[in-house]
Ligand binder design. Structure first.
Ligand code: KIV
Ligand code: NA
Length: 264
């Protein structure tokens, strides 16, 4: 039997072979990603990618659980990490524990991720001491986009670096097993990666991190807009469009279904 990648196995990759990860929200794509990723994130970006929302703020706990179940069912190897959505953990460590435990019980995932640095230290400690592994997420934190006035790359002003370094230090000391660095200038991501004992997982945060993550649909070319930090490895948007157009034409011409698809 195949055993899933464990939280300590991810934590032990600090400074070693880069950690590979992608998001997935969907059983069939997760099965493909499972062959290559050390961990798979069921990110709350699913609100935008799968459900057409403008931001991740509207994503519910139930939606995360539904997609988390799909990804756990579709995989065998990767550690599955599920995002805690906005409003389900910020208020208190107790609320965070209740909701994180619900996610873990109902999906079978191996860890949760939550946004925020120093201000989330107490909560990260509360969860990890009680059996819930936490991946932290600092730098550009999309759930705070209303406060930040959009999605802004962090650390362009060197005066802000100590705050980000403090975030990384606090989440590490609180017990996070890894930390996502999102939307951060390269020298700051490199500095933080050197300073903390846990793996840093970069998205728009340079090649200096201990691992990388991308949103699967972004790297497959399925989103209408591609940010600078995304490399498009696939061109699925046009491929899907060609297939749909051909199907539509064949239905109209009665070329589909043909002999091969008919029960005699
Ligand atoms: O929701 C998400 O996809 C994420 C990754 C971008 C890190 O949090
Ligand atoms: Na997220």
């Amino acid at each position: 039997t195949i055993r899933r990648t464990t939280v300590p196995q991810i934590a032990n990759r600090k400074g070693g072979e880069p950690i590979v990860s992608l998001t997935s929200y969907h059983a069939h794509t997760a099965t493909i990603v499972d062959g290559y990723a050390d961990f798979i994130l069921v990110g709350d970006s699913l609100g935008m990618v799968m459900h057409g929302m403008d931001s991740t703020v509207g994503v519910s706990l139930d939606l995360m659980i539904t997609h988390g179940q799909a990804v756990v069912r579709g995989t065998q190897k990767a550690l599955i990490v599920v995002d805690m959505p906005f409003g389900t953990y910020e208020e208190s460590p107790q609320l965070a524990f209740r909701n994180a435990a619900k996610i873990m019980k109902e999906t079978g995932c191996g860890a949760v991720k939550l946004e925020g640095g120093a201000r989330m230290g107490e909560t990260i400690r509360f969860l990890t001491e009680r059996g819930i592994p936490v991946m932290a997420h600092i730098g550009l934190t999309p759930q705070s986009s209303h406060v930040m006035g959009g999605f802004k790359t962090q650390g362009r002003d060197e005066d802000s670096w100590p705050l980000h370094e403090e975030d990384a230090r606090v989440v590490t000391e609180a017990g996070a097993f890894a930390v996502v660095l999102e939307g951060m200038v390269e020298p700051l991501a490199a500095k933080i990666t050197k300073q903390v004992a846990i793996p840093t997982i970069g998205i728009g945060a340079s090649a200096d991190c201990d691992g990388q993550i991308l949103v699967l649909e972004d790297m497959l070319g399925l989103n209408k807009w591609t940010p600078k930090f995304v490399k498009t490895y696939g061109d699925l948007g046009p491929a899907i469009e060609r297939a749909v157009a051909e199907y539509a034409a064949e239905v109209k011409s009665r070329a589909f279904p043909s002999e091969d698809q008919i029960y005699r």
